[in-house]
Design a protein around this ligand. Structure first.
Ligand code: NAG
Ligand code: NAG
Ligand code: NAG
Ligand code: NAG
Ligand code: NAG
Ligand code: NAG
Ligand code: NAG
Ligand code: NAG
Ligand code: NAG
Ligand code: NAG
Ligand code: NAG
Ligand code: NAG
Length: 793
């Protein structure tokens, strides 16, 4: 009681004190300084009325009316441009927060910024600033966050005065043109948790003082010109979770001390000159998720203890001098998604245990000395294509440059002759007694009995057999024969793809209907608990009905296997059609716009009309399927969720490289906003005809966006639109795509807003299509969140 009373008094005193200091500051000088800066035009609702300054866009005040915060990151009603230095910084004694991220400024950081004596957060990322960092930044002694990332024209070196900012928690000066050394004075920043100086031209060696930053959690110095070895003191940083030193000129060994970094989850030292053996103690860093050691001179063998890193998701050892064989323990890395061992001297055969890595979606064993056969990898997420003469290959080909290795992963010969380590053979054996469901009518009766009264979903098609393929009790030998006949015993010739969670087969049922059968790779179905959740989940999925979502017709559940039966899509995936020269041309602008709209509608439905909402988690051009009329259907939703029911609620990183929202690299929280980002990528891909990786990389440097016209990135296989309406649609879709690609999840629109935008229609273009730059489109995209309010549907 007494202590809370004391607190109250202290609080009261604090308020009084701050009131006293702010009162004088809140007089005309702040208002005058705001007005004279010229940053705010008077187009906003409060015009140039300085008495209303606390309501001006981006400005927040304390109760006394003194400005505490200028945050322009979300507003475009304020244009700083070359007026940065016009602000009289000494007029804002209470300003704690200045955020100009993503505002086009150009020019230098004015040295007077050091006069903002109360400042705690300064964010100037992606502002196209140039010149040197002013040493007066060192006067901002209350600073906790300093971010100046993504200003490629900043030159000069890091001022040692930054060492005076002892309260600093975050220091981000990456993607600038910083030269010179890392000042040893930075060792004084003992509160620092996040330090990124990557993508600069920093030279010299890593100062040993870095070891004094005992609270450091993230350290990124990648893509610089650092030389020498890692100072031993760095291994004192036991809180380190991410260490990024890739693409420098660092050398030396990884010493046993690295074992101290117990919390490390990302270790990236690719493209340096590290040598020696891969230390066994690395296997004790059990939190490691990403280990990138490629492009060095590591020799010796891959330690077999690596199999104990059960959380390892990506392992990159490419371009080293590693010898010996690939340890079979690699098969224990259940979480592994990417394995790159290319360009080493690895010999022997590929361990069949690799087939156990069912999450594997990227495999590269090229340019080694491997021999023997490739084990069957059907349980992985690798795409198996190129079915010629019984030789089944993975695409892209991961085995090139091993002259003694037969690159075919299976042939009908090997399938039957060596059933041991071949999962497919195993599956076929297991499948023999399985009841197969092909009678949709009956399935539907069972599955949709709840809805029958309301809706008449599916035309009843009695089949010649008419037997019941019971869902809960797998019976139905006759049905089984039919499905065996339809797929010739799951012959590869009927396999139309190996997707995330299973191989997909095309099957024509006795009634003439063509369906896609997805055989899930999953032996966990043996687990009765899983069995139950699978049934519940399936029920849930079969209830999902939308004209832009691939219909799930039914499923089969057996003690040891599972099938999903889907509507068949004649044209295959959007990915495939964009890469096919003929189909790409047939998909004209109007069709492409409709495809994007279709996707948006499907996502709106999943996010906003389903209870509970469904996050797809793996939106990519591979998961958008097209029917014969080029209408888009979203596929594979919920599969991820369904298959991970048995694991804890902890999210596993799913998704396809190139489509994953940036925040997922740091947080594992999958939200609707991740789908929104991926939607943005696919929408741009549809307009460009190829994956928009270049454009995505430009988002952090406005210069390239300014210098590129929208028409320069549109798919050049299609003629430019002649119709004004189509041109407007293209600009509109591109604008929406950029809105969805916002790096900040909270600034992305929700799908409902995107769909609403589509319904709104668009304003006519004020300039001809060929004049519009990507920058304009991107900027307009960021406006979108605000302007959507003005559209009434
Ligand atoms: C405010 O704006 C109006 C019209 O834009 C102008 O006439 C007036 O002089 C401005 N007042 C001040 C104080 O700048
Ligand atoms: C900036 O503001 C301070 C304090 O309000 C004032 O003393 C000074 O004259 C101003 N400077 C300019 C250049 O207006
Ligand atoms: C640094 O940038 C400024 C402004 O862009 C430029 O005038 C100056 O020449 C640059 N200095 C160096 C060493 O590149
Ligand atoms: C601010 O920093 C500059 C350069 O570091 C220094 O010369 C100046 O004295 C500092 N001003 C104050 C008020 O500390
Ligand atoms: C670092 O680079 C600067 C200019 O780019 C050069 O003057 C200096 O000598 C270099 N220092 C080292 C240690 O290489
Ligand atoms: C940090 O590392 C150095 C060199 O490795 C060592 O001498 C020192 O004792 C360590 N300091 C702490 C606090 O562990
Ligand atoms: C490592 O992480 C855990 C959990 O986040 C934390 O409790 C611990 O303090 C961290 N540091 C070390 C040295 O283990
Ligand atoms: C793997 O990660 C999970 C979740 O982060 C954690 O609970 C588990 O302990 C980790 N495994 C190891 C071996 O550290
Ligand atoms: C495999 O690695 C080699 C060299 O390391 C690279 O050139 C090739 O593009 C990679 N292939 C795949 C499919 O990633
Ligand atoms: C399959 O077996 C036949 C006869 O057993 C043999 O002639 C043929 O070469 C084999 N094909 C492959 C791809 O091994
Ligand atoms: C085949 O599997 C059996 C039983 O799992 C095992 O005993 C045998 O060694 C395996 N043969 C080969 C060639 O792997
Ligand atoms: C998983 O999530 C569900 C629903 O949000 C919750 O009821 C359950 O307790 C969670 N389980 C664990 C292990 O966190």
């Amino acid at each position: 009681m007494a202590s809370s009373f004391t607190n109250t008094i202290i609080l009261g005193v604090t308020i009084l004190v701050s009131f006293a200091t702010t009162k004088s500051a809140a007089d005309d000088s702040e208002a005058k300084a705001v007005l004279e800066s010229g940053w705010w035009s008077n187009s906003h609702p409060y015009g140039n009325d300085t008495s209303q300054r606390c309501k001006w866009p981006g400005i927040s005040c304390n109760p006394a009316g003194s400005i505490t915060k200028i945050d322009l990151s979300d507003t475009f009603d304020v244009e700083v441009r070359d007026r940065f230095g016009k602000l009289n910084f000494s007029s804002f004694p209470n300003l704690v927060h200045l955020d100009l991220n993503h505002h086009w400024i150009g020019g230098n950081i004015p040295p007077q910024i050091g006069e903002l004596s109360a400042l705690k957060q300064l964010r100037l990322s992606n502002c196209d600033l140039s010149g040197e960092l002013p040493p007066s930044l060192g006067n901002l002694t209350h600073l906790e966050v300093l971010e100046i990332t993504g200003n490629v024209n900043i030159n000069g070196s890091i001022p040692p005065q930054l060492g005076k900012l002892e309260k600093l928690v975050t220091l981000g000066v990456s993607q600038c043109g910083i030269v010179g050394p890392i000042p040893s004075a930075l060792g004084q920043l003992t509160n620092l948790q996040y330090l990124s100086l990557s993508d600069n031209r920093i030279n010299g060696s890593i100062p040993p003082e870095i070891g004094l930053l005992s609270n450091l959690v993230y350290l990124f110095l990648a893509n610089n010109m650092l030389v020498g070895s890692i100072p031993n003191t760095l291994y004192n940083l036991t809180n380190l979770e991410m260490l990024g030193l890739g693409s420098n000129k660092l050398e030396g060994n990884l010493p046993p001390d690295i074992e101290n970094l117990k919390n490390l989850s990302v270790l990236s030292i690719t493209s340096n000159s590290f040598a020696g053996h891969i230390p066994l103690v690395l296997c004790h860093l059990t939190k490691l998720k990403y280990m990138y050691l490629g492009g060095n001179q590591f020799s010796g063998s891959i330690p077999s203890c690596i199999g104990s890193l059960s959380n390892l998701t990506e392992l990159d050892l490419h371009s080293n001098l590693l010898q010996g064989s690939i340890p079979q323990e690699i098969g224990n890395l259940e979480a592994l998604r990417s394995l790159d061992l290319s360009q080493n001297r690895l010999s022997g055969s590929i361990p069949s245990q690799i087939a156990k890595l069912r999450r594997l979606s990227n495999l590269n064993l090229t340019f080694n000395r491997l021999s023997g056969n490739v084990p069957i990898l059907s349980s992985t997420r690798l795409r198996i294509v190129d079915i010629t003469n019984g030789c089944y290959k993975i695409y892209p080909e991961p085995f090139e440059g091993n002259k003694d290795l037969s690159p075919c992963i299976a042939s009908s010969n090997t399938t039957t002759s060596t059933p041991n380590n071949t999962n497919i053979a195993l599956y076929i054996k297991i499948f023999l007694p399985i009841a197969i469901c092909y009678t949709f009518s009956i399935l539907c009766c069972l599955l949709f009995s709840r809805f029958k009264a309301k809706k008449n979903h599916v035309a009843i098609q009695p089949t010649k057999n008419g037997d019941i393929c019971s869902i809960w009790n797998y019976d139905g030998k006759i049905a089984y024969e039919d499905i065996i006949a339809a797929t010739e015993d799951f012959d590869f010739r009927y396999c139309i793809g190996v997707g995330g969670y299973g191989s997909v087969y095309r099957a024509q049922l006795p009634c003439g209907k063509v369906v896609a059968l997805k055989k899930l790779h999953r032996l966990e179905a043996e687990n009765p608990a899983f069995d139950n959740s699978f049934r519940n989940e399936i029920k849930f999925l079969t209830e999902i009905r939308h004209r832009n979502i691939v219909k799930l017709h039914g499923f089969c559940l057996h003690r040891r296997s599972m099938f999903l039966i889907y509507e068949y899509m004649e044209k295959g995936s959007l990915f495939y059609n964009l890469r096919d020269e003929v189909e790409a041309v047939e998909m004209d602008w109007t069709k492409r716009i409709e495809i994007i709209k279709g996707m948006a509608h499907a996502l709106c439905y999943l996010h906003h009309d389903c209870i509970p909402p469904i996050v797809h988690r793996d939106i990519s051009s591979n998961n958008v399927l097209l029917n014969s009329g080029f209408q888009a259907f979203l596929a594979d939703f919920g599969t991820a969720r369904m298959l991970e029911l048995d694991s804890s609620n902890h999210t596993l990183l799913v998704g396809t490289r190139g489509y994953i929202a940036p925040e997922l690299a740091y947080t594992m929280a999958v939200t609707e906003k991740c789908d929104v980002y991926s939607f943005g990528v696919v929408a741009l891909e549809t307009l460009m005809g190829k994956h928009p990786e270049d454009v995505l990389s430009w988002l952090s440097s406005p210069t390239s966006l300014v210098n590129t016209k929208l028409i320069d990135v549109l798919d050049s296989r299609l003629p430019l639109p002649t119709s004004q309406l189509v041109a407007r649609n293209i600009v509109h879709v591109a604008t929406l795509a950029f809105a969805c690609l916002n790096q900040q999840p909270k600034s992305r629109p929700i799908m409902k807003e995107v769909c609403k935008e589509f319904l709104c229609g668009q304003k006519s273009l004020s300039v001809p299509l060929r004049m519009i730059s990507l920058f304009q489109v991107a900027k307009q995209g960021m406006h979108m969140g605000e302007s959507s309010e003005t559209c009434h549907v």
